[in-house]
Write a protein that binds this ligand. Sequence first.
Ligand SMILES: C[S@@+](CC[C@H](N)C(=O)[O-])C[C@H]1O[C@@H](n2cnc3c(N)ncnc32)[C@H](O)[C@@H]1O
Length: 234
Amino acid sequence: MLELDRLIGAQPAPWWEIALPPSEIPGMITEEERRYYEWIGGWYTGAGAAIELGPWFGRSTTHIVSGLQASPAFADRRLQVYDDFVWRSSWMDEYYGEADRPADGASFQAIFERFAAPIADRIDVHRGRIVSHGDNDHVAALAWSGGPIEIAYIDCGRTYEVNEAWYSLLESSFVENRTLLVMQDWQLWKEQPPQEYNQTKIFTDSKGPALDLIHELAHGAIGTFLYRGRAPSA
Ligand SMILES: C[S@@+](CC[C@H](N)C(=O)[O-])C[C@H]1O[C@@H](n2cnc3c(N)ncnc32)[C@H](O)[C@@H]1O
């Protein structure tokens, strides 16, 4: 992965040259983030699985899969997709006003699967809870096979707690100097006025040199980290 340049504040970044396929799927990501997903997947080598935490309706998922398909190493692979699929009216209603909008607390997995139908043969969908929010205790806890992970696309929250939960579950599957952690909301630690739940930098700082920031988007919140190896214990 050393051939992947460090691109922080680089203008124009190479993902702006990528053709962006149209998508009608409702989503919460920016145009640059969609382009980045289309671009970064082309670097996939097959050294481990590609996983996504937090697809919502699958707008990110379609661009992630499209990007991975640029790599021959993905030909016989599938993206492993995880979400608790619990509808949260307080912040999801505003993004979807159709008649089948789920009630607060109901599952939206069927709507995800409808939008993801064109890529159904390129994904494995898992219902899993990363941390308890009080509304998802009926969902089984996220489980991982233990196999290596090459790239993780993470969009499941900004608190230290939720990020520490997936990290502690998956770190033993990360490959030194190879695994990429694409953190969708990472740059929201810069949000003004600061919000107490924007704990992404506190989380990544807590991993010390294990997490090496290699990409930052200008028109989106993604920060991508290269896993450098387990932090030495104090
Ligand atoms: C911001 S949305 C993702 C947006 C999506 N990537 C897109 O392209 O529009 C966050 C997602 O994380 C999921 N999520 C939040 N907390 C979770 C948890 N503790 N366990 C599993 N999934 C969770 C939500 O259900 C939601 O689908």
